[in-house]
Write a protein that binds this ligand. Structure first.
Ligand SMILES: Cc1cc2nc3c(=O)[nH]c(=O)nc-3n(C[C@H](O)[C@H](O)[C@H](O)COP(=O)(O)O)c2cc1C
Length: 77
Protein backbone atom coordinates (compact mmCIF):
# COMPACT_ATOMS: atom_id res chain seq x y z
CA UNK A 1 0.00 0.00 0.00
CA UNK A 2 1.41 3.43 -0.89
CA UNK A 3 2.69 5.50 2.04
CA UNK A 4 0.23 8.39 1.39
CA UNK A 5 -2.61 5.90 1.94
CA UNK A 6 -1.04 4.72 5.20
CA UNK A 7 -0.74 8.37 6.28
CA UNK A 8 -4.38 9.00 5.40
CA UNK A 9 -5.53 5.97 7.40
CA UNK A 10 -3.39 6.93 10.39
CA UNK A 11 -4.05 10.69 10.45
CA UNK A 12 -7.85 10.67 10.33
CA UNK A 13 -10.15 9.34 13.00
CA UNK A 14 -11.90 6.52 11.17
CA UNK A 15 -13.44 5.03 14.30
CA UNK A 16 -16.69 3.29 13.35
CA UNK A 17 -16.29 4.11 9.65
CA UNK A 18 -16.58 1.58 6.85
CA UNK A 19 -13.53 1.38 4.59
CA UNK A 20 -13.95 -0.08 1.08
CA UNK A 21 -10.41 -0.58 -0.30
CA UNK A 22 -9.84 -0.51 -4.07
CA UNK A 23 -6.75 -0.33 -6.24
CA UNK A 24 -5.19 -0.95 -9.60
CA UNK A 25 -2.26 -3.33 -9.92
CA UNK A 26 -0.22 -5.10 -12.58
CA UNK A 27 -0.34 -8.63 -11.26
CA UNK A 28 -0.02 -8.46 -7.48
CA UNK A 29 -3.72 -7.88 -6.80
CA UNK A 30 -4.39 -6.09 -3.53
CA UNK A 31 -1.20 -7.50 -2.01
CA UNK A 32 -1.27 -6.96 1.76
CA UNK A 33 -3.34 -3.79 1.51
CA UNK A 34 -6.53 -5.13 3.07
CA UNK A 35 -4.76 -6.77 6.01
CA UNK A 36 -2.62 -3.65 6.48
CA UNK A 37 -5.73 -1.43 6.41
CA UNK A 38 -7.33 -3.60 9.09
CA UNK A 39 -4.19 -3.31 11.20
CA UNK A 40 -4.00 0.47 10.70
CA UNK A 41 -7.72 0.92 11.49
CA UNK A 42 -8.69 -1.74 14.05
CA UNK A 43 -11.85 0.18 15.00
CA UNK A 44 -13.11 0.55 11.43
CA UNK A 45 -15.08 -1.89 9.34
CA UNK A 46 -12.77 -2.83 6.45
CA UNK A 47 -14.97 -4.60 3.90
CA UNK A 48 -14.18 -6.70 0.82
CA UNK A 49 -12.19 -4.66 -1.67
CA UNK A 50 -11.72 -4.56 -5.42
CA UNK A 51 -8.43 -4.89 -7.32
CA UNK A 52 -8.45 -4.09 -11.05
CA UNK A 53 -5.52 -4.75 -13.35
CA UNK A 54 -4.26 -1.43 -14.71
CA UNK A 55 -4.39 -2.72 -18.29
CA UNK A 56 -8.04 -3.74 -17.83
CA UNK A 57 -9.28 -0.47 -16.39
CA UNK A 58 -10.98 0.59 -19.63
CA UNK A 59 -13.20 -2.52 -19.49
CA UNK A 60 -13.73 -2.61 -15.73
CA UNK A 61 -16.97 -0.64 -15.53
CA UNK A 62 -19.13 -3.75 -14.99
CA UNK A 63 -16.92 -5.23 -12.30
CA UNK A 64 -16.71 -1.86 -10.52
CA UNK A 65 -20.51 -1.46 -10.71
CA UNK A 66 -20.98 -5.06 -9.51
CA UNK A 67 -18.63 -4.49 -6.59
CA UNK A 68 -20.42 -1.26 -5.64
CA UNK A 69 -23.74 -3.12 -5.74
CA UNK A 70 -22.27 -5.88 -3.56
CA UNK A 71 -21.14 -3.39 -0.99
CA UNK A 72 -24.44 -1.54 -1.45
CA UNK A 73 -23.12 1.79 -2.68
CA UNK A 74 -25.35 3.51 -5.20
CA UNK A 75 -23.90 4.77 -8.46
CA UNK A 76 -25.31 7.65 -10.51
CA UNK A 77 -25.81 6.97 -14.20
C1 LIG B 1 6.70 2.28 -7.93
C2 LIG B 1 5.53 1.37 -8.27
C3 LIG B 1 5.66 0.01 -8.10
C4 LIG B 1 4.60 -0.86 -8.39
N1 LIG B 1 4.75 -2.18 -8.20
C5 LIG B 1 3.74 -3.03 -8.49
C6 LIG B 1 3.88 -4.42 -8.29
O1 LIG B 1 4.92 -4.93 -7.87
N2 LIG B 1 2.82 -5.22 -8.59
C7 LIG B 1 1.65 -4.72 -9.04
O2 LIG B 1 0.71 -5.48 -9.28
N3 LIG B 1 1.46 -3.39 -9.23
C8 LIG B 1 2.50 -2.53 -8.98
N4 LIG B 1 2.34 -1.18 -9.17
C9 LIG B 1 1.04 -0.67 -9.58
C10 LIG B 1 0.82 -0.74 -11.10
O3 LIG B 1 1.93 -0.29 -11.79
C11 LIG B 1 -0.37 0.16 -11.44
O4 LIG B 1 -1.39 0.05 -10.49
C12 LIG B 1 -0.96 -0.19 -12.78
O5 LIG B 1 -0.02 -0.17 -13.75
C13 LIG B 1 -2.07 0.80 -13.14
O6 LIG B 1 -1.56 2.08 -13.15
P1 LIG B 1 -2.47 3.33 -12.95
O7 LIG B 1 -3.29 3.12 -11.73
O8 LIG B 1 -1.51 4.48 -12.82
O9 LIG B 1 -3.33 3.41 -14.18
C14 LIG B 1 3.38 -0.32 -8.88
C15 LIG B 1 3.28 1.05 -9.08
C16 LIG B 1 4.31 1.90 -8.76
C17 LIG B 1 4.16 3.39 -8.96
Amino acid sequence: MPMPVYTFLEEFDLFGKTIAPFCTHEGSGPGHSVADSKRACPKSNVIEGLAVRGGDVKNAQDSVAGWLREIRMRTKK
